[in-house]
Design a binder for this molecule. Structure first.
Ligand SMILES: Cc1cc2nc3c(=O)[nH]c(=O)nc-3n(C[C@H](O)[C@H](O)[C@H](O)COP(=O)(O)O)c2cc1C
Length: 326
């Protein structure tokens, strides 16, 4: 069977991606201090959108207490919808599907911005442990954030479960020391993320639902790929359409992996072994030929190119020209 390269389209849930190049979510700091879309933010995405298969818009906070950046995008209230609608329609004008990443930073939230004490699965320094009723409330906030994105015309949502933010803090034994139904076994530690998936799925309906999976903490005591594979199977069962594989508590750009192109691709490959849904691979990808090989060799289904697109808004266009010219 002829395997597809990055120039080949991919259809997911009736939505066509014209190629396999994905812009992963990347915080720009271009929203207003209230979290609304600005002209600069709009321009940033429109410039980069044209040649892509899919755009995932940067992490937007679902509730004020889960905020991280001073000018982080938000979807925590209905006044965000008008700006988000302009963002989705501007990207759609280029014929590219767009999803919004939704997030709660948990214990990484910045109290100087939120004005409240950070919360997490377990107490730690200034971090307060979430009570069960608060967990349920946050599940609803994620669902409401996703619903706003749908009302704003997005093609779907991506739940941020990586890089040491709240859902990832529940997954990892390094940060989750609870003894109730949300801590202890893997089954318990994935309960909160799966509850979020279930409620968000209900709001997203037939549109796309992605999960950014913190697949590896790069710590012997932390999350490693065997556990992530089990979680990925559960995510698929819960109705996730695409698994976007990245790092866990080690973050998205661990210094020890920085000199390798495709540094989280091995983890994505392992996830791909256990699920049927498409998998996104990421990590320091710069060369179009390398990205193309990842698809041709069947290692991943989609390739996310972050900083290369940040640096050069024409990266995808040039990559396509180069590959077509071979
Ligand atoms: C400036 C910047 C902001 C980022 N913001 C986010 C974010 O909002 N959500 C997220 O899941 N990852 C975020 N990331 C991680 C990227 O999505 C990506 O996984 C990482 O940069 C590795 O890919 P790359 O080497 O192609 O850049 C960010 C990365 C950078 C450089």
């Amino acid at each position: 069977m002829q395997l597809a390269g990055i120039l080949e389209p991919l259809e997911v849930k009736g939505l066509e991606f014209k190629n396999r190049i994905v812009m992963p979510p990347m915080y720009t700091g271009l929203a207003t201090s209230e979290g609304a879309v600005t002209e600069e933010l709009l321009e940033h995405y429109v410039q980069r959108s044209r040649a892509l298969g899919l755009i995932i818009i940067e992490h937007s906070f679902v509730v004020r207490e889960g905020r991280l950046g001073q000018r982080q995008l938000g979807c925590d209230n209905d006044s965000s919808i008008t700006g988000l609608e302009r963002l989705s329609s501007s990207i759609h004008a280029s014929g590219v599907p767009v999803v919004l990443q939704i997030n709660h930073a948990g214990r990484s939230a910045d109290p100087n911005i939120t004005g409240s004490q950070p919360v997490g699965p377990s107490p730690n320094g200034t971090v307060r442990e979430l009570k069960v009723d608060e967990i349920k409330k946050i599940v609803r906030r994620f669902a409401e954030g996703a619903e706003r994105a749908m009302r704003a015309g997005f093609d779907g949502a991506e739940i941020h479960g990586a890089h040491g933010f709240l859902l990832n803090q529940f997954l990892s034994p390094l940060t989750n020391h609870r003894t109730d139904q949300y801590g202890g076994s893997l089954e318990n530690r994935i309960r909160f993320p799966l509850e979020v998936v279930e409620e968000v799925r209900a709001k997203v309906g037939g549109r796309l639902l992605l999960y950014r999976l913190g697949s590896d903490d790069l710590d012997p005591q932390g999350i490693h790929i065997k556990q992530s594979q089990k979680f990925a199977v559960k995510l698929e069962e819960a109705g996730i359409d695409i698994i976007d594989v990245s790092g866990g508590l080690c973050g998205s750009r661990p210094p020890e992996l920085q000199d390798v192109q495709g540094y989280f691709v091995p983890q994505a490959q392992k996830i791909k072994e256990v699920v049927e849904v498409p998998v996104i691979g990421v990590g320091g990808i710069e060369d179009p030929e390398y990205a193309d090989e990842l698809i041709l060799e069947g290692k991943v289904d989609l390739v996310a190119v972050g900083r290369s697109l940040f640096k050069d808004s024409e990266w995808a266009k040039k990559a396509i020209q180069k590959l077509r010219g071979r």
